[in-house]
Design a protein around this ligand. Structure first.
Ligand code: HT7
Ligand code: ZN
Length: 863
């Protein structure tokens, strides 16, 4: 049993003083020489001297200069060691070009690079590869003799850089997962930053020659992030150099290695011609996220991987705040909630549900999840809401002061809040240990005579794997009140739910209630606006009429709830269309038209208000209502509603399409992007009724990728665009990132009837380089993420996706395991689909030699 358990944590018995590493680079036979000092840790219980190490060819090991013969297993090395401090040295050989898992030291397009989180360093040399072992590192890199490498980088400050070698010194104690090395033929786009205390920092964005004109935005985002972290959190940078390197082969988005962030090139490279507005926004957010880790993750790190949310939840929360500040805060909040519901609620409501701080794992790479990241960020947001912005900042100051240079736990994190505010957070802590999305049911009682509105909240969290019973949580609910004419009569107040059932009384200027509204301006029942700003990651269950939703869509002063009201209207309409064959109805269409036309509203907000719930949201809503969702019927209803919107709102949409044209050269700023988003939404609906004439013209004239791709998508969704697809391919054939878009768009917009042919064509395309994770995801991931295609009734896409996972798993288990989540909602569907999915999952799980990553995931999905 390889299960690792939180309760079994024990500290490493030695203190690592210093780490010196020499790399003699060679594509198939790199030598790594290590020299590490160890001294007994008197505070830790004693134990055997064990160093992690996997797939290492040990050439020689020495203790205090004397050769030793350690016991070596597939997991590491054990050895007798002296009681007094000693020096351990090892020389190992590794094969970077044979490393297709992209974990440890590997090669991407001729360049050496590393990925060490979570447990990749043990594939580089023997070491206590655990986050609570922190040490300063000195690194020497020697290039291959026959092929000198122009750039050789590691963490920290540069030391001697001579001919074919480079030295780097990182003075800040760090865990091995933050180690990085990059070497290759790279060019830099450089800048400088002066910290608030006047320290100059050299900034570099390293890319392959030819990509240097696509780095400006990432560099600018980095500078803005550095400034923001100083201003908002008082955090300064701490080395003379900060570099970002773009790599084409990468399992995730990016990695926060100390002073040397390594990025998937998708999240660095951008020009107006090759990247969309969404790409620019993602780059800004991810650059910020990785930079912010310098304090939340690197200077203060995690004691063990169960504490992953300590760095990830907090850093996601910080990057969300940053993006909200750089752009529109309400629009960012809506986007974040959309992503949370799409990924985390889906996870929390299925077989993969786990707490924000899981209690056991088989393969830690499987726990870089939406729950740890996104729900982890929501938990921080709730904490801030409960204690207030000032106390939050004071608690963070205390956190950095108390824990700089340490490897910490969630207990340490909550203790700083308790100490800074005097609050007891023991009930709040349940958010870290209890899985599942809480349901909060609310009922209303209006006493006209007394002028009192009583809101009764009942919370419950459904059972999740291993957790049948749940306790009530602390839930901050932000509330406002509107009078019957739509004026706000109570501005947002936060109430704290702590009981399974709790009533809050709101008096209309009558006194003595829990909350007081200003006297009602007009007679009649007031309308509450509940869970403003999505103040807690819960599902609010409230019986509300379509009239009330339309009223809130028109009048709510809270932008999130205004949007939420429109979204709920659309969802109800669509659910009725799917389950009862109902027609869209005028009420929703009129409400939508009113928002679309309201030019007091931000275009980016209006674009979001015009978007429809996803196929997956609707499947979940239908399932929650006790019915079995039919993916093809959901797809057809969405198409039918889009046609209806296109037809009914044609005059308004057509006006918007003309009005929202952004003149002049492309800039990626939030305002222009918002106008383009609204124009794109109008185009998508108009294309349903104009035969695609506007989209074809826009494609032909587009001066940037946002408009080009938007037009192509609109055409594909109405079954057109063949010529445009061919033209796009001719133009961008040599550009990997743009061709990923070409593949993904087709996979994501295939109808149920086309799905199989599209899948065959794309996977048979000579440009389908399935060993590249981005390309694999852009075809297999996009097909699996298109519910209508994935669930086509004959089950051919289930089979195809499974076949590809079986093929990928031996090469790249991390990416294969991650894509098994496509099947996580399988229990929602009909018996036929469930049978076909089970068959495929069992086939996958029976593969001989299946990786630990994929077999853990399939086991949990099937359980
Ligand atoms: N902290 C980084 C996580 C990450 C990662 C984890 C497992 C395997 C590969 C990986 N690449 C990056 C990214 C982040 O959250 O900032
Ligand atoms: Zn992170």
């Amino acid at each position: 049993d390889r299960t690792v358990r939180l309760e079994e944590y024990t500290p490493f018995p030695w203190i690592v003083g210093d780490v010196s590493l020499t790399f003699r680079l060679h594509p198939t036979a790199t030598r790594v020489l290590s020299r590490i000092t160890f001294a007994n840790d008197p505070a830790a219980p004693s134990g055997p001297f064990f160093l992690h190490g996997e797939k290492l060819n040990l050439i020689e090991a020495r203790i205090d200069g004397v050769p030793v013969s350690p016991d070596i297993t597939a997991e590491g090395l054990t050895c007798d060691v002296p009681d007094t401090p000693f020096v351990f040295e090892a020389e190992v050989e590794i094969d970077p070009s044979g490393n297709t898992a992209l974990d440890g030291l590997y090669m991407s397009g001729g360049m050496y690079c590393t990925q060490c989180e979570a447990e990749g360093f043990r594939k580089i040399t023997f070491y206590p590869d655990r986050p609570d072992v922190m040490a300063p590192f000195n690194v020497r890199i020697e290039g291959p003799e026959d092929k000198p490498l122009p750039v050789m980088l590691s963490n920290g400050n540069p030391g001697a850089q001579e001919g074919n070698s480079a030295e780097w010194h990182d003075p800040w104690p760090k865990p091995s997962y933050l180690f990085a090395l990059v070497a290759g033929d790279l060019v830099a786009k450089s800048g400088t930053f002066t910290t608030a205390s006047g320290m100059p920092v050299a900034l570099n964005v390293y890319v392959r020659p030819g990509d240097e004109d696509r780095c400006d935005y990432a560099l600018d985002a980095l500078i803005r992030s550095m400034r923001w972290d100083e201003r908002e959190y008082g955090r300064e940078y701490d080395l003379s150099v900060f570099s970002i390197v773009a790599v084409d082969d990468f399992n995730m988005g990016a990695m926060e290695n100390k002073g040397l962030n390594i990025f998937n090139s998708k999240y660095v490279l951008a020009s107006p011609d090759t990247a969309t507005d969404v790409d620019f926004e993602m780059i800004e957010g991810i650059v910020a996220h990785e930079y912010f880790h310098n304090w939340t993750g690197n200077r203060v790190t995690c004691r063990d991987w169960f504490q992953l949310c300590l760095k990830e939840g907090l850093t996601v929360f910080r990057d969300q705040q940053f993006s909200g500040d750089m752009r529109s805060e309400p629009v960012k909040r809506i986007d974040d909630v959309l992503a949370l519901r799409a990924r985390q609620f889906r996870e929390d409501n299925g077989p993969l549900a786990h707490p924000v701080r899981p209690e056991s794992y088989i393969e830690i790479n499987n726990f870089y999840t939406a729950t740890v990241y996104e729900k982890g960020a929501e938990v921080i947001g709730m904490l801030r809401r409960l204690v207030g912005a000032e106390a939050y900042r004071a608690a963070l100051d205390l956190y950095f002061e108390r824990h700089d240079g340490q490897a910490c736990t969630i207990e340490d994190w909550l203790a700083v809040f308790e100490d800074a505010t005097g609050r007891d957070l023991s009930q709040f802590k349940l958010w870290y240990s209890q899985a599942g999305t809480p349901r909060v049911e609310v009922s209303e009682d209006w006493d006209e005579e007394a002028g009192r509105l009583a809101l009764t909240f009942r919370q419950h969290t459904p059972p999740t794997p291993g957790q049948p019973d749940k306790a009530p949580l602390v839930i901050p609910v932000a509330l406002g009140l509107l009078d019957a004419a739509g004026h706000e009569i109570m501005a947002t107040e936060v109430v704290e739910l702590t009981e399974a059932e709790q009533t809050v009384e709101i008096g209309l200027g009558t006194g003595g209630a829990d909350l007081e509204a200003k006297a009602s301006r007009v007679p009649g029942r007031p309308v509450p606006s509940i869970l403003r700003g999505f103040s807690a990651p819960v599902i609010l269950q409230r019986q509300t009429s379509a009239e009330e939703r339309a009223f809130l869509l028109a009048h709510d002063t809270d932008p999130f709830n205004k949007w939420e009201a429109g979204r709920a209207l659309a969802r109800d309409v669509l659910v009725r269309m799917v389950t009862d064959g109902a027609e869209p109805g005028q009420q929703y269409l009129s409400a939508l038209q009113m928002v679309a036309k309201d030019d007091t509203l931000d275009p980016a907000f209006r674009a979001l208000a015009l978007s429809l719930p996803s196929q997956d949201d609707l499947a979940q809503a239908i399932h929650d209502g006790g019915a079995t969702p039919d993916p093809t019927a959901i797809w057809a209803a969405l198409r039918r509603l889009a046609e209806e919107i296109g037809g009914t709102l044609e005059p308004v949409l057509s006006e918007l399409y003309d009005e929202m044209r952004v003149p002049g050269p492309y800039t990626p700023d939030a305002q222009s992007a918002g106008s383009r988003a609204l124009r794109g939404a109008a185009l998508a609906y108009l294309s349903r009724v104009d035969g695609g004439s506007r989209a074809a013209a826009q494609f032909a004239e587009a001066g940037n990728m946002t408009e080009r791709l938007g037009a192509l998508g609109a055409l594909l969704r109405i079954g057109k665009g063949e010529e445009e697809l061919a033209a796009f391919r001719r133009r961008w054939e040599g550009d990997r990132l743009v061709m990923d878009k070409w593949f993904a768009l087709q996979a994501a917009s295939a109808s149920p009837a086309e799905a199989h042919d599209v899948a065959q064509r794309l996977t048979g395309d000579p440009a389908f380089d399935w060993t590249n994770p981005n390309r694999f995801r852009s075809v297999i991931g996009a097909l699996a993420g298109n519910p209508a295609a994935f669930h086509e009734p004959e089950g051919r896409i289930y089979r195809l996706v499974t076949d590809w996972l079986i093929r990928l798993d031996p090469l790249n288990p991390q990416t294969a395991a991650r894509l098994t989540t496509s099947f996580e909602t399988w229990k929602r569907f009909d018996a036929d689909r469930q049978g076909m999915i089970r068959e495929n999952l069992e086939r996958l799980s029976a593969v001989e030699g299946l990786s630990r990553d994929t077999s853990e995931m399939v086991g949990r999905i099937l359980a």
